[in-house]
Ligand binder design. Structure first.
Ligand SMILES: [Zn+2]
Length: 443
């Protein structure tokens, strides 16, 4: 235990060593009593262990129990802190006390108090739950104390680190809950001291992608070794002058980084915007070009189709003309052949049978009287039949002959007049018709 009662006053173990004669006096003193149970205690100090007081025998004593259960690192830490805290107390006019009961069932490792402010300083050397820390904080606050923690960690950080990745919760708690976002840490193995300070950066107005910048975002807590000679305290908690300065530099560096990043990000976005716009323009140009080419292609196809259609029509027309020419030629050939046969034989021509035309004399064609004839002929009909007669067709002869066999008086008048008209120009036809009239018995 760190303290006992000697002559009605609190005596701290470290005070014993300050003067050899006093140490000798205390070592042989039988008037030291426990501040909790009042039992007699004695002063212990050897090569291996730091100075302390102890009960002569195990007592039912909470303070004794508390001191027995302390780990070596806890004792070491409390011992190491005494001198710097004493210096702080002297410089600032505080009273320093150790192992003080402020909250029920708990010894506060150090208390620094003045008329205006009181600090309760705990040493946290095992994993404390957030609930326990929060409860203590509340109780200290209710008792009018500001709560500070000295934290023992397995591996103290030596360089800036990410507070979010920090595994040991009490350190996180100190970084976030203390007024100056500061944790004072001792490394459990190496026993060296560090200070951590969290940069509670202003995150407002930062886009989400900002968190991709690991340097800036991850390393939000400054960590640096300190000497306890530099340890000091102000209304916000612990600090050292070098850490104070380093933290200022750290924050400036981060602020500049952030500003640079924001500048770069703004520029990057502007570039992206321009690129997107450019891409959009290019796409539009390509689209227009595609449309134009498509239009051209369609126009070309349409023209080709028109040309093909025209060629097809022309070919069709040509074929039609050729067929017509052929037909006309055939008709002309036929007429020519019929005329030739007629000239040679005086016969009229019927159907072509096995390559030979049937041939009939006028006498043969008028040898028998045909059946009844119903339709009345006009002058045009006679003209028509006369034209057919000039082509030496047997059928024309038969038709004319049939008409004549059944001709009425008005038809006869028309016919006689018609024959008079063509007498000069076509005596041959007149002669043939007159022969048919005779054969039909027309007077
Ligand atoms: Zn006791």
């Amino acid at each position: 235990m760190e303290k006992c009662i000697y002559k009605g006053e609190v005596l701290y173990a470290y005070q014993v060593l300050q003067n050899f004669d006093f140490e000798q006096e205390i070592r042989s003193c039988h008037a030291l009593t426990c501040c909790d149970c009042g039992a007699r205690v004695f002063f212990k100090h050897g090569k291996q262990r730091t100075e302390c007081f102890a009960h002569y025998k195990r007592e039912e004593c909470k303070y004794g129990e508390y001191c027995r259960k302390q780990s070596n690192i806890f004792k070491h830490t409390q011992h190491e802190l005494y001198t710097p805290l004493q210096r702080i107390a002297e410089n600032h006019g505080f009273v320093l006390e150790e192992d003080v009961i402020i909250i029920h069932d708990h010894y506060t490792a150090f208390v620094l108090r003045s008329d205006s402010i009181k600090y309760a300083i705990d040493i946290i050397d095992t994993a404390a739950t957030s609930a326990a820390l929060e409860k203590r904080n509340r109780l200290y606050e209710a008792a009018g104390y500001q709560y500070l923690q000295i934290t023992v960690d397995k591996n103290a950080e030596s360089e800036p680190f990410s507070e979010r990745d920090m595994a040991y919760f009490p350190v996180k708690y100190a970084l976030n809950k203390s007024l100056n976002h500061t944790a004072v840490v001792i490394d459990k193995e190496r026993k060296n001291w560090s200070i951590y300070i969290l940069d509670k950066m202003d995150m407002s107005g930062l886009p989400d992608c900002f968190y991709d910048i690991t340097d800036w975002y991850d390393y939000d807590a400054l960590a640096m070794p300190i000497s306890l000679f530099d340890l000091d305290i102000d209304t916000n908690g612990f600090f050292t002058v070098p850490s104070h300065k380093a933290y200022g530099d750290f924050c400036s560096y981060r602020r500049i980084q952030k500003e640079n990043w924001l500048k770069e990000e703004t520029a990057r976005r502007e570039r992206q915007r321009k690129q997107a716009e450019e891409a959009r323009r290019e796409a539009e140009t390509r689209r227009q070009e595609y449309k134009r080419r498509l239009g051209e292609l369609e126009e070309k196809r349409r023209q080709e189709a028109e040309i093909r259609q025209a060629a097809y029509e022309a070919a069709k027309q040509q074929a039609r003309q050729a067929a017509e020419q052929k037909r006309q030629q055939r008709v002309a050939d036929e007429r020519s052949e019929i005329a030739q046969i007629h000239r040679a034989t005086g016969t009229y021509i019927g159907s072509k049978i096995k390559g030979e035309y049937e041939r009939f004399t006028l006498e043969e064609l008028t040898s028998s009287k045909p059946g009844n004839w119903l339709r009345e002929y006009t002058k045009e009909d006679f003209e028509q039949k006369t034209a057919e007669l000039k082509e030496y067709k047997a059928s024309a002869v038969k038709t004319m002959f049939a008409k004549l066999c059944y001709i009425n008086s008005s038809e006869k008048t028309i016919l006689i007049q018609f024959l008079d008209e063509i007498q000069g120009s076509d005596p041959e036809s007149v002669r043939v018709i007159k022969y048919l009239m005779i054969r039909a018995g027309v007077n």
